[in-house]
Design a protein around this ligand. Structure first.
Ligand code: ATP
Ligand code: MG
Length: 139
């Protein structure tokens, strides 16, 4: 049977701080297989489309501005129970509330600059993976 997938992005501040290697290492250590990976910079329009569900929230404009401010690393991760297990590995949205040992606790510096994104459901993982990767880029 095919394993579940989740989608992640390493956000601009964490890329700029050179945390990509350590974050990928933590992902692999926790048993995820990387089935797609790339570095790219989102346009404002693309960031708006990705975060469309948050349109209208007070933090939306800042979030779009931040997510299009520099390169990100996007990846598809595969594992049994990938979505839930990855949410556990990244920790609370607010790094100051994230448990020690979680990626956001280790590498996040604010609720906006919280190091990584992780899909919140298997359905959204499929949509988000398709947003970033075509079939030729998935293994
Ligand atoms: P993500 O979707 O990035 O994995 P999440 O599911 O934990 O994070 P969401 O509620 O989906 O959190 O919010 C999406 C992103 O919007 C957060 O990761 C964070 O960067 C930003 N965000 C959420 N709430 C706030 C807030 N109150 N102030 C500023 N930014 C926020
Ligand atoms: Mg979310």
């Amino acid at each position: 049977m095919k394993k579940e997938i989740t989608f992640t992005m390493i956000k601009p501040f964490a890329v700029e701080r050179q945390h990509v290697g350590q974050i990928i290492e933590a992902i692999l250590e926790h048993g995820f297989r990387i089935s797609a990976l790339k570095m790219l910079k989102l346009t404002k329009i693309e960031a708006e489309a990705f975060y469309e569900i948050h349109r209208g929230r007070p933090f939306f404009d800042d979030l779009v501005q931040f997510m299009s401010s520099g390169p990100i690393v996007a990846a598809i991760l595969e594992k049994d129970n990938a979505v839930e297990d990855y949410r556990k590995l990244i920790g609370n949205t607010d790094p100051s509330k994230a448990e020690s040992g979680t990626i956001r606790h280790m590498f996040g510096s604010s609720i906006q600059k919280n190091a990584v994104h992780g899909s919140d459901s298997p359905e959204n993982a499929i949509i988000e993976s398709g947003f970033f990767f075509n079939q030729l880029e998935r293994f």
